[in-house]
Design a protein around this ligand. Structure first.
Ligand code: FJE
Ligand code: FE
Length: 301
């Protein structure tokens, strides 16, 4: 067998099986999101519930709202967002920073712009398995400078979750997940392994590139690509500008799903229970009774 130095060879590269253009829509309080996963043609891509590319200018934002039964992963692309929750956890994430929030049994929080101008980012909702839906809420926050960045042969990757080019992320994923932010220079070619049993997708942020097949049509920003079966992703940048995209993969849970807005459980009974818990301030929602975010108070909500 020939020795192929430092390069990974995929036996069965994944092909693009579905493609969606995410168009802008209103969400929250005056915010705009390009929703790809979670829209009605694609309610669920197990274990992923929502992928929003958000764009928010003050006073718009996402004031006080609850979550239960899943995780939200917020990755800033431009500007800054401040989050505050009903436990007193508060912070600001800026360009390149990441917040991995496990809502578990319940979080009530606000997510609002922290700077002038347009704040942009990605928010991914990852489902939790039935045995983890009611765990204690948990945050993992990483500032941009602490996200591992590796470059090789015109490919740069920021390792948000999982592993790439021999570098591992410190993020703990309760639902096994990989989340990689790739930038390919003109002429660059990428091969990235993905566990064969996982669901995986690409979301293009800037530039254009070929995915799965070097002879396919180039795909541009705001497109979601669902990948078929195989052991990894191949991508090419044959343009004259940088190609930037995220590659996300996760182990499917294979469980029944009942969703009511920001509550995601396995059965209708559990959803009814959750709505009751939220309305009666019990089972994890105790602190929601008197709490208002500073952002909501200052906006007069
Ligand atoms: C929302 C429930 C929510 N996309 N992208 C219901 F959780 C939200 C919500 C968000 C959100 C927040 C950020 Cl920072 C980024 C997002 C939905 O907060 F808007 C509704 N209607
Ligand atoms: Fe939220």
């Amino acid at each position: 067998m020939p020795l192929i130095e430092n390069s990974c060879v995929l036996e069965e590269p994944r092909q693009v099986v579905r493609k969606f253009l995410a168009r802008p829509q209103h969400e929250g309080f005056g915010a705009i999101v390009r929703r790809s996963i979670g829209r009605f043609e694609l309610k669920y891509f197990d274990p992923f519930l929502v992928l929003d590319e958000f764009s928010v200018t003050a006073p718009a934002g996402f004031p006080d709202h609850p979550h239960r039964g899943f995780e939200t992963v917020t990755y800033m692309l431009q500007g800054a967002m401040t989050h505050e929750d009903f436990e007193g956890h508060k912070g600001t994430i800026c360009t390149g920073d990441l917040q991995w929030m496990t809502a578990g049994r319940g979080i009530v929080h606000s997510e609002m712009p922290a700077a002038q101008g347009i704040q942009k980012g990605l928010q991914l909702w990852i489902n939790l398995s039935s045995k983890h839906k009611m765990i204690e809420p948990k945050y993992q926050e990483i500032s941009s400078k602490d996200i591992a960045e590796v470059s090789k042969d015109g490919v740069k990757v920021r390792v948000i979750a999982g592993e790439a080019l021999g570098t591992k992320s410190p993020i703990y994923t309760r639902t096994p997940t990989m989340y990689l932010d790739f930038s390919l220079k003109p002429g660059a070619h990428l091969q990235q392994p993905i566990p064969i049993t996982w669901n995986a997708f690409v979301y293009v942020l800037e530039g254009e590139g070929m995915f799965g097949n070097a002879k396919s049509l180039p795909i541009s920003a705001h497109h979601l690509l669902l990948l078929g079966n195989g052991d990894g992703l191949e991508a090419w940048n044959k343009s004259s500008k940088t190609l930037r995209f995220i590659l996300v993969g996760g182990e499917p849970l294979g469980e029944p799903l009942v969703q009511w807005g920001p509550f995601v459980m396995n059965t209708q009974e559990e959803i009814d229970q959750t709505i009751g818990d939220f309305e009666n301030f019990v089972n994890g929602f105790e602190k929601a009774r008197y709490w208002r975010s500073e952002a909501a108070v200052s906006l007069g909500f």
